[in-house]
Design a protein around this ligand. Structure first.
Ligand code: TYD
Length: 397
């Protein structure tokens, strides 16, 4: 395996490491470099941050903070149950605050969540939740205690785990012979098309192409059987896999070949496309700084909407602080009253649930929720307020 670095996003903090106002000594930072593995075609970080630094009892990201995601997981659960036996045994890896779990009976549903604050919440709801990191040992413990699973599900979690071989092997250990392994993560094709380099931060150890996942899954006896292209999280793929020996693997859905053909046309199996992406990222930084400095020179007040992990990457890569963006609004209680990682821009609760009257421009830290936000912030739009986004190009919306 040869990992070739193609992008350097500079020194970055823990993307969800919000800092109490009273300050924090020694904020951790690391050099975020992204590489292409020419053996498996995996796009992956050159060096990974230790999981314990990111996922712990004070983890701040709540999946249920947007109606879009609550609705998405309701529909996903309904879709999956159509392919499962009655009263299926379900395991979710990375269950966060239970936004997906809530759609299943507590009796046969199990969960894994290393962030203790959320494991405590979902245990209290009646879902047996293991507050441990997913690995071979845990899969064997779950198998011994509850038997094999009809569905293993994970959303925005598989791409968090550095060792994919152990991760997928552990899934295979606990999966019923005819069970389904379904997971959703940001799509590399969408990231390249949208120039959304902010999909890359400490937690996203990898950004998956379908090409790379097929290679990684096959190594542990799992077959990729279907791919759904999703709009959530700025463009994700829902990957369906099953044991290579199962009936499922005999009828591979056309979407697998379609996605692989498309990714090859984009060039995701060769580093050249990533070198070009890297140049576009540098241009995006320059364009965003130009816009923000022009706002500043013209006494225009700019804030940011959504204290996202993505915006941690943007602000720290571009060197943006509260000189350019006055504050960030976010509905998540765990983030409010704190300082954003690295940039130290204050994070506040939205005042009266809307954008304050003295704000001229709003940077879309949560650009992936632009539809939900536009509906909510009609008053701001009606009074001539404009959003700024960097995806796919820096522009006013
Ligand atoms: P998300 O885009 O899922 O973030 P990440 O980059 O960390 O994966 O998170 C959206 C964030 O924006 C989350 O903290 C909740 C917040 N948010 C608001 O404050 N208001 C809103 O209307 C929406 C939709 C999200």
């Amino acid at each position: 395996m040869t990992k070739q670095t193609f992008l350097d996003l500079g020194w970055q903090p823990i993307a969800n490491g919000f800092i109490p106002k009273e300050g924090q000594e020694d904020e951790f930072s690391f050099n975020l470099q992204v590489a292409f593995d020419d053996e498996t075609c995996l796009v992956t970080q050159q060096e990974y941050v230790a999981p314990e630094k990111m996922f712990h009892k004070d983890y701040a990201y709540r999946g249920s903070m947007s109606l879009t995601m609550v609705d998405h997981f309701q529909k996903t659960a309904k879709l999956l149950s159509e392919s499962l036996p009655p009263s299926p045994r379900v395991l979710e890896i990375g269950s966060n605050d239970g936004v997906f779990l809530n759609n299943w009976d507590t009796d046969n549903t199990y969960a894994v969540e290393p962030c203790f604050n959320f494991a405590e919440e979902t245990n209290a709801l009646g879902y047996r939740t293991y507050s441990r990191f997913w690995n071979n040992d845990l899969s064997k413990d779950i198998l011994a205690e509850h038997g094999s699973m009809d569905l293993v599900f994970a959303a925005n979690c598989m791409c968090h785990i550095p060792d994919l071989q152990e991760t997928f092997q552990a899934v295979a250990n606990v999966l019923e012979d005819e069970g389904l392994f379904v997971f959703e993560d940001p799509s590399l094709a969408r990231m390249i098309n949208l120039n959304s380099y902010d999909q890359i931060y400490d937690e996203h150890a990898h950004i998956f192409s379908v090409i790379a996942l097929k290679n990684e899954l096959e190594r542990v006896g799992l077959s990729l059987i279907r791919v759904d292209n999703l709009s959530v999280h700025g463009g994700s793929n829902r990957i369906w896999a099953a044991k290579t020996t199962s009936e499922w693997a005999k009828y591979v859905h056309i979407s697998v070949e379609e996605n692989i053909t498309y990714e090859k046309l984009l060039g995701l199996d060769n580093i050249a496309v990533f070198d070009k992406f890297s140049s576009r990222v540098a241009q995006s930084k320059q364009d965003l700084l130009d816009v923000l400095y022009r706002c500043k020179e013209n006494d225009q007040k700019v804030i940011s909407y959504g204290a996202t992990s993505k915006s941690t990457t943007v602000f720290n890569y571009c060197g943006i602080d509260d000189n350019l963006i006055s504050y960030i609004t976010d509905t998540t209680p765990e983030k409010q009253g704190k300082l954003a990682p690295g940039s130290h821009i204050p994070v506040v609760a939205p005042k009266d649930n809307s954008i304050a009257d003295d704000v001229n421009y709003v940077f879309l830290g949560a650009w992936n929720f632009v539809d939900e936000i536009s509906k909510k912030e009609k008053a701001f739009i009606d009074r001539g307020g404009k959003f700024i986004t960097h995806v796919p190009l820096v522009r006013f919306v």
